[in-house]
Ligand binder design. Structure first.
Ligand code: BTN
Length: 257
């Protein structure tokens, strides 16, 4: 069973580490191979967003995975990565991270890390998956479009942290939670729910493919979908979409449990 990061390919500038890792996966690279870049010129995020990747300031890397999972069960990979990043931010940097479903890592309400898992499917199983993780490490400022919503480890700790300081502790946590995703996915779901203030009793609006949904979060399904209770009492499982906290009008109670 290869270790994640047992082979590390370090590159200066790439379009996206996910592109390089995907090419490696297609050409037969074994599980665990890790591609790290100093800079990405076309770093990408979920739902068509870009990922700001200035040289030397963030950790940008992707892992080649060959999980024995059904495609339908693959959401647990993203959740496992989010748990690993959260535990690293807590354990190695004494931060208090939160996870916004499914994979936004927030510190002081601002985004510090994002995860993009891209996979190839053969029949009903995953042929390979590429787990791409971006962490804002040493940034002291951000482009104007994300200046209000982003933060970095350095800004939050007032310590001079480098991208490489984050990789090793994170690979260790990823190893643990990736193995759990394959053998005990329930443990990943339970840990994600523990680490996320969004998991239960949170009044949210979800921009889903079928339109906006309003309701109160009721935890994750065994497959990693966000369960939202609608005003009618109906429980809805959200498999993709953008979650935000619902604004509370003056005079309206915000407690929802
Ligand atoms: C998101 O929050 O929407 C996901 C962001 C993922 C960014 C990382 S950086 C390393 C890897 N390469 C990419 O192009 N994206 C991921």
């Amino acid at each position: 069973m290869p270790t994640l990061g047992s082979t590390i390919l370090r590159l200066e500038s790439v379009t996206s580490t996910n592109d390089i890792a995907r090419d490696l996966a297609v050409s037969g690279s074994p599980e665990g191979c890790c591609v790290v870049a100093k800079e990405q010129t076309a770093g990408r995020g979920r739902q068509g967003h870009s990922w700001s990747s200035p040289p030397g300031e963030g950790l940008y890397f992707s892992l080649v995975l060959r999980p024995t999972l059904k495609a339908a069960d693959s959401a647990v990979l993203t959740l496992a990565a989010a748990v690993a990043v959260a535990e690293t931010l807590k354990g190695a940097f004494q931060l208090q991270p939160d996870i916004k479903w499914p994979n936004d890592l927030l510190v002081s309400g601002r985004k510090v890390s994002g995860i993009l898992v891209e996979s190839a499917i053969e029949g009903d199983r995953l042929q390979y998956a590429v787990m791409g993780i971006g962490i804002n490490v040493a940034q002291s400022s951000f482009p104007s479009d994300i200046v209000q919503s982003a933060t970095s480890i350095t800004l939050e700790t007032s310590r001079a942290i480098l991208p490489d300081d984050v990789l090793n502790p994170l690979l260790e946590r990823l190893e643990h939670w990736y193995r759990a995703a394959l053998s005990q996915p329930k443990n990943v779901i339970a840990r994600w729910e523990q680490l996320s203030s969004y998991a239960r009793g949170c009044d949210v609006r979800v921009e889903s493919s079928s339109g906006p949904i309003h309701g109160v979060t009721r935890g994750l399904s065994p497959g990693g979908a966000l369960i939202v209770e609608l005003a009618s009492g109906q429980l809805k499982e959200i498999v993709s979409g953008e979650v935000s906290l619902r604004a509370v009008r003056p005079g309206q109670l915000s407690a929802v449990e």
